[in-house]
Design a protein around this ligand. Structure first.
Ligand SMILES: Nc1ncnc2c1ncn2[C@@H]1O[C@H](COP(=O)(O)OP(=O)(O)OP(=O)(O)O)[C@@H](O)[C@H]1O
Ligand SMILES: O=P(O)(O)OC[C@H]1O[C@H](OP(=O)(O)OP(=O)(O)O)[C@H](O)[C@@H]1O
Ligand SMILES: [Mg+2]
Length: 283
């Protein structure tokens, strides 16, 4: 049987993200200088390096079995692929943006304005659904400068921190959607067992990146309250201590909530509160 093929971005901001994710999930490969293929060590998988925005269509057509790309590009490509999982990285929004000093009050006001974008399909659907009929100017980058160049009245582009908008004196007028990096799969699912194994491996890494392990000691009488603070992923693990009035708790906590949770536990009377980062997990 032919090797399973995973398409990942050859360059740009998602190239390293995808390589690192696969590597952390035990799918390591070495890319020879500018080569378009690499073989995964110890698994029947070939990695193909592609343009990020070509990955949805190439996956739909079966050139690759799976792909890593942005969910914004999947929506824009209007193709039939299955999204297997969100990878928790590359988070951004797609927004309709206008000059800071605009007079428009609603999208409907923007009747026949000129909109520059590299997302013509999503833009058109969104604006038509909101009662406007824009003239689209299709571009592949540097969209934010198009208003000052005089060829557009508004733009639809990705926003992450908002610094590119601010630098061009633009502001968000309406948000069209939120996106992130996703794992997509061809609908034929040629090798379902291998595909599921890849998904499980990536899930292990994505969940581990999102959570920390918190361990602490707590008086038994406070255990119920502590469990409310750290309910764990499924449920916390409780172990007895030599002093029978106390017990030890181990629970997974969202990384971004750890500090607040530690403070609450301390207030409740917990001691020896330790945070450990998780490299990988199977739950
Ligand atoms: N701030 C951001 N700007 C653009 N894309 C982002 C941002 N944050 C995350 N992404 C995701 O990255 C994808 C763009 O990936 P791409 O490989 O084209 O990288 P790039 O760095 O924009 O490359 P290029 O220089 O070719 O524009 C977007 O479709 C989106 O899913
Ligand atoms: O909200 P921010 O954090 O400023 O990020 C958003 C900007 O980043 C991307 O551009 P990119 O760097 O990919 O350049 P490009 O226009 O050449 O694709 C995107 O197209 C926006 O312009
Ligand atoms: Mg870009």
């Amino acid at each position: 049987m032919e090797n399973f093929r995973i398409g990942i971005p050859s360059k740009g901001r998602l190239a390293e993200v995808a390589t690192e994710l696969l590597g952390d999930a035990g799918m390591k490969f070495r890319r020879q200088d500018r080569s378009l293929f690499a073989r995964v060590r110890d698994m029947p998988i070939d990695i193909t390096f592609l343009r990020t925005d070509d990955i949805p269509v190439l996956c739909a057509e079966g050139a690759i079995d799976m792909g890593i790309t942005g969910s914004d590009l999947v929506q824009e490509a209007e193709v039939d692929v299955e999204t297997r999982m969100e990878l928790g990285v590359g988070k951004c929004r797609l927004a309709l943006c206008v000059p800071e000093d605009t007079d428009w009050k609603s999208v409907e006001d923007m009747k026949s304005c000129r909109v520059a974008t590299s997302f013509p399909n999503v833009t058109k659907s969104y604006m038509v659904a909101n009662g406007a009929k824009p003239h689209l100017v299709n571009l592949s980058g540097s969209v934010e400068v198009m208003i000052s160049l005089g060829i557009a009245d508004a733009i639809v582009d990705l926003v992450e921190t908002g610094s590119t908008l601010a630098a061009n004196r633009l502001k968000i007028f309406a948000e069209i959607g939120s996106y992130q990096t996703v794992l997509i799969q061809n609908k034929q699912n040629r090798q379902p067992e291998l595909a599921d194994r890849i998904v499980r491996r990536l899930e292990g890494v994505v969940i581990a990146r999102d959570y920390s392990l918190l361990e602490y000691n707590i008086p038994r009488e406070k255990l119920a309250a502590a469990e409310q603070i750290t309910p764990g992923f499924n449920s916390p693990t409780i172990n007895p201590l030599e002093d029978t009035d106390w017990c030890a708790v181990r629970a997974m906590v969202k990384r971004k909530e750890v500090i607040g949770v530690m403070e609450k536990l301390e207030e409740l009377g917990a001691s020896a509160i330790l945070q450990t980062n998780i490299a990988n997990c199977r739950l």
